[in-house]
Design a protein around this ligand. Structure first.
Ligand code: MG
Length: 409
């Protein structure tokens, strides 16, 4: 019997204070539904509108089996495509349809996609701090828990540094207060990052794999200097050294440094990442799966990368929902060219809202064996964690250089 889409709606929840968008696809079978991740945490309400005002009416009564056609017809129906809002909306539906297909088949999604080629997926975790000893203490604590891969980020003293748990308040206008707390100077950062890794190798030993995220904050020439400075400390990867607008610069980086390069959490459009893959200018693809349209898009990309020796390292911080993590993990398990998975542990409230979450142990993520993506949501619990009220709807504030000019976030 044909099972059809009855309704598509969004569940908005923030159990870890991060605005998640979960898409629920309900079907003509009363107990059969699917969940997908459509989280674009800086613009979640725009995604909700795209799902409920456009995809829901467009896709009602469609056969749930037709994932590929639903993916392509939804993309084409807006004419203009490949942007973050519409890609996230599509991802929510796409992942939910894979979830439904797995439930109907009685198989986890990784079995539908060819089956596991590894038992679990190695993860890297984050060690951050306001000074180097604090970062290294954090790394040691992860290593004692069995982790083999740790990302290190340290605050430039008194500056709004990416990846550190500071409560610094970036400035909001060019003429706003140019306090140290509102600013970021790339040269100061490059100096401290080199010291961080020099000390880390010395104190943490040779075996642990160390990672670092530049977060597109350093201009080209300084970035090249940093890449060379960090080479002796044998990083697992050097992430997002440049903004997506500067992908031509990767050729220069490849010519001048042997550091392993990870790139891509900001990519939305295939034309952004194709040149880097086909010219073998990166080693790890770091895409946020919902930003390119979901599991169907991620699967295609992973297989493409396999032919060019590029490994996957799907973006997986707190603004990937548990459903998104389950989708990442499904590909981690069934794609041979898996590299590493980023992961931040779920807090207690997230466990209250979601069940069937991937489990982290021995430095790796282990999947649920439930059919589909394996994750369920308690909607009453989700409603207990509404979106927090933040200035400008939680959009990121501007980070500025000493002279007041804005830097990439
Ligand atoms: Mg990153």
């Amino acid at each position: 019997m044909t099972v059809r889409i009855r309704k598509i709606r969004c569940i908005m929840t923030a159990p870890a204070d991060i605005r998640l968008v979960i898409v629920k696809v309900e079907t003509t079978e009363p107990d059969l539904y699917g969940l997908g991740c459509a989280t674009f945490t800086q613009r979640p309400l725009a995604v909700v509108e795209a799902v409920e005002q456009y995809l829901d009416p467009f896709l009602r009564h469609r056969d749930v089996n037709e994932i590929e056609d639903i993916f392509w017809s939804s993309r084409m129906s807006s004419y203009w495509r490949n942007g973050p809002v519409l890609n996230n909306a599509l991802s929510g539906v796409d992942m939910a349809l894979w979830d439904i297909k797995g439930k109907r088949a009685g198989m986890p999604v990784y079995d539908l996609l060819g089956g596991r080629c590894r038992r679990s997926a190695d993860v890297y975790v984050h060690a951050s701090g306001s000074n180097i000893p604090q970062v290294l203490d954090g790394a040691r604590s992860w290593m004692e828990q069995g982790h083999r891969h740790v990302r290190l980020q340290v605050e430039v003293p008194g500056q709004a540094t990416y990846g550190t748990a500071s409560d610094l308040q970036p400035g909001q206008s060019v003429d706003g207060p140019t306090t140290p707390q509102s600013m970021f100077e790339p040269a100061d950062y490059v100096r401290i990052a080199r010291r961080l890794f020099e000390q880390a190798r010395c104190e943490l030993g040779e075996e642990v794999e160390l990672l670092h995220d530049v977060h597109e904050r350093v201009p080209g020439p300084l970035m090249l200097q940093l890449a060379r400075d960090l080479e002796p400390y044998r990083l697992f990867f050097f992430e997002d050294p440049l903004p997506p607008e500067e992908i031509d610069h990767f050729r220069l980086l490849r010519q001048h440094s042997i550091i392993p390069i990870a790139m891509g959490e900001l990519f939305n459009n295939p034309n952004e990442f194709l040149p880097l893959i086909k010219e073998r200018l990166i080693d790890y693809i770091r895409i946020h799966m919902s930003q390119i349209g979901g599991l169907s898009a991620g699967l295609r990309l992973a297989h493409l990368c396999e032919f060019f020796g590029v490994a996957t390292a799907w973006h997986g911080p707190g603004d990937t929902s548990p459903v998104g993590h389950a989708a990442n993990l499904a590909l981690d398990l069934c794609c041979h060219n898996f590299g590493i998975q980023e992961f931040s542990p779920f807090n207690e409230a997230t466990h209250e809202v979601f069940s069937g979450l991937p489990e982290m142990r021995d430095g790796a993520l282990w999947p649920s064996s439930e059919p589909g993506l394996g994750v369920a949501i308690d909607e009453q619990a989700a409603a207990r964690y509404p979106y927090p009220s933040h200035p400008f709807n939680n959009a990121w504030p501007a980070i500025r250089r000493r002279d007041g000019s804005v830097v990439t976030p």
